[in-house]
Unconditional design. Sequence first.
Length: 302
Amino acid sequence: MSGQAAAPRRSLVWERRRRAFAEFCREYARNRAGLAGLAGLVVLAAIALSAPLFIDPAGLTVTGGSGGRFESPSARYPLGTDAFGRSVLAMVVWGARISLTVGFLATFVSVALGTLIGITAGHFGGWSANVLMRVTDWFAVLPALVMAVALAAVMSRSTVTIIIAIGVTAWPATARIVRAQTLAVEARPFIERARALGGGHGHIMLRHVLPNVMPVVLAQTTLLVAESIIMESTLAFLGLGDPATISWGAILQEARTAGAVSSGIWWYLIPPGLAIAFVALAFTVCGRAVEAVFNPRLRERR
């Protein structure tokens, strides 16, 4: 009987979730800037995923370039070539794979860590919350980029190191936002009912608190991806990334080392810089659109 009674409840829960998702899509579709940013990201992601179909990785090595040194844009090389005769367009397209991967994975690490600390501090309170929030404050007052540079400098130079360095330094903002939202959720009557019915800490945190803070986490995630991509590009530009991988920041670092700035070789500098700016702007407008969906006050201001 209990299994038969649980099935309709699960069906009702999934129906509510489908309706909430449909409502979210309708509200998001009303934000033109958010739709434009999402469309741009979908196109860029499709190009990055399909890059191996039309780009030979062998041509991206320092010995695989088929063009001349610093060739200006032409029909064969729409964005010219670099110091090793490689196509800058092919490098920018291939670099999107690393930059987007690092941005998403670093954001996942940061959001997961911040959400865990925020919910734990907001749910338990007391001395444990004080300790967690003091640690959060300590990380928050330190420059995230400086900490990421320090971590990347003492660890081995690899993509995993960049992901860890960004993930463990960009979580304080998420932790504080999630903690504030957790405190608001914990004050609602259904939490008291769950406790009265014998719900433990894990049940309340996972089944009641986490679903109610997920909208905030989602909005924070879209904003953090842009920040993570910029930080990855900065670390790679400073020479702290994996020298064997191609990312937008690594392209800028190689252009600076080759003297592209002083030589006026603009096609080596502008394309990766514009790619970084475009992705950061697209994720930012998507994040603002998500915020507007979940915050009625922001919808009224549009």
